[in-house]
Design a protein around this ligand. Structure first.
Ligand code: DGL
Length: 260
């Protein structure tokens, strides 16, 4: 079983991409809704929460973990990667690779939570892949609560997105990394506000490709992952989570309380 976690609902965009890329694989999702948002927490707290989340998913039978949260990937990946015996994937590297691949003029924008942007992790990854690339990062702290609330097509959301896109437009980026798993839900409005010529990089799709390739590689997955469906856990049951999950996954699914 593949264990996936995020601070809240955003990681379901990664689950959707994983289900498309790896149909039939069992996935258990943990949304840490009781402790969201991670984007305004300290590194130590984000690491502690990530360890709890991974331990929970391993108890449920996970044999591979996807950290479907840019904030947790930025701060906790190095701390957890050697702590557990199973493979752990993060979302930053795959998104950065895809962006460098797509960007013609190597002017790459990144949007993310305050914590992700402050970590400078995307700049680090992109520059390691291509030192000539220019990266412009903007934190968009209001977008996560808008997605959690399901305010996808409200005019207020469009106005806020326009404001966040402004500094990136002036930098003439040609590629924009959606550096938070919540943002693919707002893909339409982000594309409209940044302009049709800017390529949007969704880290959800990038990580699904990476995990798909890993599971196909000989010897990478000795014990077959059993066929099954998606099980969703949250640390705090909220009606809004149910509604937004339905919106992201296109179907209503039972949501279980996690005993972390
Ligand atoms: N979805 C998380 C991410 O990808 C951020 C949400 C939060 O601040 O907790 O960074």
């Amino acid at each position: 079983m593949i264990g996936v976690f995020d601070s809240g609902i955003g990681g379901l965009t990664v689950v959707r991409a994983l289900l498309e890329r790896l149909p039939g694989h069992a996935i258990t999702y943990l949304g840490d809704t009781a402790r969201t948002p991670y984007g305004s927490k300290s590194a130590d707290t984000i690491i502690r929460y990530s360890i709890n989340n991974i331990e929970f998913l391993i108890r449920k039978g996970a044999r591979l973990i996807v950290i479907a949260c840019n904030t947790a990937s930025s701060y906790a990946f190095e701390a957890v990667r050697n702590r557990f015996k199973i493979p752990i994937f993060e979302v930053i590297g795959p998104g950065a690779h895809l962006a460098v691949q797509y960007s013609r003029r190597l002017r790459i924008g990144v949007i993310g939570t305050r914590a992700t942007v402050a970590s400078g992790v995307y700049e680090g990854h992109v520059r390691r892949i291509n030192p000539g690339a220019k990266v412009f990062a903007v934190s968009c702290p209001l977008l996560v609560p808008l997605v959690e609330e399901g305010w996808i097509s409200k005019p207020e959301t469009a106005m806020i997105v326009r404001k966040y896109m402004h500094p990136l437009k002036t930098k003439q980026i040609d590629t924009l990394i959606l550096g938070c798993t919540h943002y693919p839900v707002l893909r339409g409005v982000i594309q409209r506000k940044i302009g049709a010529r800017v390529v949007l990089v969704d880290s959800a799709q990038a990580i699904a490709e990476r995990v798909g390739d890993f599971l196909k590689a000989p010897g990478s997955n000795p014990a077959p992952i059993p066929q099954g469906q998606l099980t969703i856990f949250v640390t705090d049951i909220a009606e809004q989570f149910r509604k937004t999950a339905h919106l992201i996954l296109g179907q209503p699914l039972p949501i279980h309380q996690a005993d972390l």
